[in-house]
Design a protein around this ligand. Structure first.
Ligand code: AVI
Length: 342
């Protein structure tokens, strides 16, 4: 790794912690981003009910399948959020007088482009810093940003979200952007941990822009997660190929089926893999095995749906004050702006 001078987006005390292997992309020294999967997978599979942390879904094949999901007619989330940002980016950027946009996720979707375009139009300059564990995603963001916006100062941060945003200088007015309703994939433990850490990392002139999918008629929600082409099923079941690759296990895709539903009490879509036939799942590298009984389910992912007013009130307890609410004509999706309270 080469040692360059850290850009000013990093807090002063971060100097010795980050280094750069690729121009304009920074990684935490010594961070082993691959160290956790085995422990995470084994501990949650031994829970009752069995479940998985959602990040295991995003290997190369999973990331490609998710791109396909975003194009599905039933999956209204991406295009609805995009239409809100296209219509409201000017107002959002005006309401958030910042110098830097930090995107949680490799970013550079059409949605981010609306914000970058407005930031440049209104302020003439822009620092853009996506945070992601995927180096491939960050390289793609960098290439796209440099091609379309040569005036932008780009700094990719290869890290877990919490490590990435904790490193940003609190004195630099920053808009943190967390789109796509990825917040809906957090369980009830992840959610408070994430917002506590984010709020603690934010400085007095910082803002958060959060995309949140809303509660709506069950049929619309269930169709979005059970599409007629079976892409969502392939995305969810692909996690077992990834686990076989990571852990040397023997999940058999011919013995799995997909099941999803909207749980009205928990206000979340639940996405399961169900054993169509019993089989023993072995983890030879870890000297462990379990019997997956026929019809037993593994909860692979949840996607929570929100009441935006309640979400705004809830984030108030984390020191984030509502500063704008942008939605679509159907009120299917909300893009919420918050200001850090000091
Ligand atoms: C990434 N995340 C916001 C998606 C969602 O809608 O919860 C993941 C997804 N899973 C199945 N379809 C989409």
């Amino acid at each position: 790794m080469t040692q360059e001078k850290l850009p000013r987006i990093f807090a002063a005390d971060q100097q010795s912690r980050w280094s750069s292997d690729h121009p304009d992309i920074w990684s935490r020294r010594g961070a082993d981003l691959d160290a956790v999967p085995a422990l995470s997978i084994l501990t949650t599979l031994w829970d009752q009910p069995r479940w998985l942390e959602a990040y295991h879904l995003y290997d190369t094949a999973g990331s490609e399948l998710f791109e396909d999901i975003c194009e599905l007619p039933e999956y209204y989330l991406t295009r609805t959020e995009n239409s809100i940002l296209e219509a409201c980016a000017g107002e959002i950027i005006k309401a958030a007088p910042v110098e830097c946009i930090v995107e949680l996720g490799a970013g550079y979707s059409k949605k981010t482009v609306h914000l970058l375009t407005e930031q440049l139009r209104q302020r003439g300059k822009c620092i853009f810093a996506p945070i992601d564990v995927s180096i491939a995603g960050l390289l793609a963001s960098r290439a796209a940003a440099q091609k379309d916006f040569p005036q932008i100062e780009f700094h990719g941060i290869q890290a877990l979200y919490e490590d990435g945003f904790a490193a940003i200088d609190r004195q630099l007015p920053t808009l943190f952007v967390f789109l796509g309703s990825t917040v809906g994939n957090f369980n009830h433990t992840d959610f408070p941990r994430f917002f506590r850490a984010l709020s603690a990392a934010m400085g007095p002139n910082d803002y958060l822009l959060l995309g949140a999918d809303r509660i709506k008629p069950t049929k619309l929600l269930e169709d979005a997660y059970n599409d007629s082409r079976g892409i969502t099923a392939a995305f969810i079941l692909n996690v077992f190929r990834n686990i076989n690759r990571l852990l040397g296990s023997n999940f058999d895709s011919s013995k799995l089926r997909y099941h999803s539903w909207f749980n009205p009490e928990w206000q979340q879509i639940e996405m399961y893999a169900v054993a169509a036939a019993a089989h023993e799942i072995r983890f030879p590298n870890h000297n462990a095995a379990f019997q997956w009984r026929r019809d037993e389910k593994i909860l692979v992912e949840i996607s929570r749906k929100f009441d935006p007013d309640r979400l705004q009130e809830q984030l108030g307890f984390f020191g984030l004050a509502p500063a704008g609410h942008f939605t679509d004509v159907n009120q299917w999706f909300s893009v919420l702006l918050f200001r850090k309270q000091v």
